[in-house]
Ligand binder design. Structure first.
Ligand code: CMC
Length: 433
């Protein structure tokens, strides 16, 4: 552990007993109270559903200041990293420092060499219905990598861990593009190693054998930026899932599949799909007041998708960059007058001046504009969360590596507040009333 024990202590009084707990300080961010000995000392657990006040691990990868709207990867602000390329961000997240030119070249080549998947994976796809959601296909096929690459699953061996990590960063986009091609009934397109990471992904998704694919650099740059913005986000639900799965010593490919499953939910990665659907349902600027009224109604379950965040109580810094990217892509594609963009901009304006949203500190998050952008690039809504998974893979694998490297990491095993039946005796079925 590198966190420093503070001079401060936290004192808990339980009944007539007072116990001191150490307070630990990180480099930046709130202090934490180390309650790991709480149960041993008091026989009580803490209760924090949804972990709103719980730090689950020590990490050096990503820092978020939700009140200020700050996101740092390894100390670098996201706005600055967005000037570079995605593989540079991958190297940074995985290795801890930005690469020099030679390291960057070597890393790019190593990722590139792993982009193909075992040819038998193609047959695996044929077991799915054509209308399967591509996230369902991703959960299965990424998990299945464990069955194909058994030479990189000894998690105690740092070299095997690195090979598994490179394979994941390189092959998840290939599987994502295959999932897309499968649903549209087109032949799979092999990776092309002369292209950049984002270009290769666009090529695998949109090229067809009967004609030359013309790369659009504006779209490739936008996609690369979208990948950077989604690459990591500290201990969010899917990352915590990956760490939790990994804490039992599980296979790394299976851990990433678990992360993908968690990401799928509409409160997490599925929000961009839900946000676009919401904009389409609103349809026209004139319907916004009625929609906002429904969102604010205490008895309704409708939420303004793409708004609000567990950690950001200010404008999500990724949302600002995503808004810029959205305008660039729409302009390039001649969709400047897209009615959904008009609805989104007006909705944002109204929500940001409405007391309901202001008092709850609800601001646009990264997903508010990402759906419109991805749609303009040419992706169907069902692929949005898949793209998020492609980008987040490096974050998951970096966090998993960080945990496994730690000599004394523990299996993730929260406790509970039990409110079920107390102990009672079994009654045979014939004797029950
Ligand atoms: N629309 C309307 N009201 C909202 C919204 C929203 N999007 N989000 C939160 N609220 C209200 C909520 O009803 C509650 O009000 P009250 O105090 O009157 O009961 C209050 O704000 C606090 O909400 P909460 O659910 O306790 O907050 P949370 O931190 O548990 O939820 C969230 C965070 C992201 C799940 C939630 O804001 C949400 O559902 N947003 C919409 C989905 C979304 O855009 N998710 C993407 C997150 S960014 C991408 C990612 O990291 O995966």
């Amino acid at each position: 552990m590198d966190a420093k024990a503070d001079a401060k202590h936290a004192t808990l009084t339980l009944g007539n007993k007072s116990i001191d707990f150490p307070v630990l300080s990180g480099t930046i961010g709130p202090d934490v109270i180390d309650i790991s000995k709480l149960y041993a000392q008091t026989g009580a657990f803490t209760y924090d559903p949804g972990y709103t006040s719980t730090g689950s691990c020590e990490s050096k990868i990503t820092y978020i200041d939700g009140d200020e709207g700050v996101l740092l990867y390894r100390g670098y602000p996201i706005e600055q990293l967005a000037q570079g390329d995605f593989l540079e961000t991958c190297y940074l997240l995985l290795e801890g420092e930005l690469p020099n030119a030679a390291q960057k070249k070597d890393f790019d080549e190593r990722v590139t060499k792993h982009t193909m998947v075992h040819e038998q994976m193609a047959r695996f796809f044929q077991g799915f219905r054509r209308d399967a959601h591509p996230m369902a296909v991703m959960v299965a096929t990424v998990g299945a990598l464990a069955a194909f690459y058994q030479d990189s699953t000894d998690i105690k061996d740092p070299q095997q861990r690195m090979i598994a990590s490179m394979r994941m960063i390189a092959k998840v986009p290939t599987l994502a593009a295959m999932a897309f091609k499968y649903t549209v009934g087109q032949p799979f397109v092999y990776p092309k190693n002369s292209l950049t990471y984002a270009e290769n992904f666009l090529h695998m998704c949109f090229a067809v054998p009967c004609e030359e694919y013309k790369m659009n650099p504006v779209l490739a740059r936008a996609l690369d930026r979208i990948f950077i913005l989604h690459a990591d986000h500290e201990q969010n639900a899917s990352t915590s899932t990956v760490r939790s799965a990994g804490s039992s010593g599980a296979n790394p490919f299976a851990c990433i599949a678990a992360g993908i499953a968690c990401l799928w939910g509409p409160a997490h990665g599925g929000a961009n799909e839900a946000a676009l659907q919401m904009l389409a349902d609103i349809g026209d600027v004139k319907n916004i007041p009625e929609f906002i009224k429904n969102v604010k109604d205490k008895n309704s379950t409708i939420r303004l998708m793409g708004f609000g965040h567990r950690v950001y109580k200010n404008y999500d810094p990724r949302a600002k960059l995503m808004q810029e990217t959205c305008h660039e892509v729409l302009k390039e594609m001649g969709h400047d007058n897209d009615p959904l963009l008009k609805v989104a901009m007006e909705l944002e304006k109204i929500a940001l001046s409405d007391e309901y949203f202001i008092s709850r500190k609800l601001y646009p998050n990264v997903d508010f504009y990402s759906g419109i952008t991805l749609k303009a690039i040419g992706f169907p809504t069902s692929m949005f969360t898949v793209l998020f998974a492609v980008a987040r893979t490096v974050g998951w694998i970096s966090q998993w590596n960080e945990m496994i490297k730690e000599p004394n990491y523990k299996i993730s095993r929260p406790r509970q507040l039990y409110t079920g039946a107390p102990k009672r005796d079994y009654v045979k079925v014939g004797d029950r009333k």
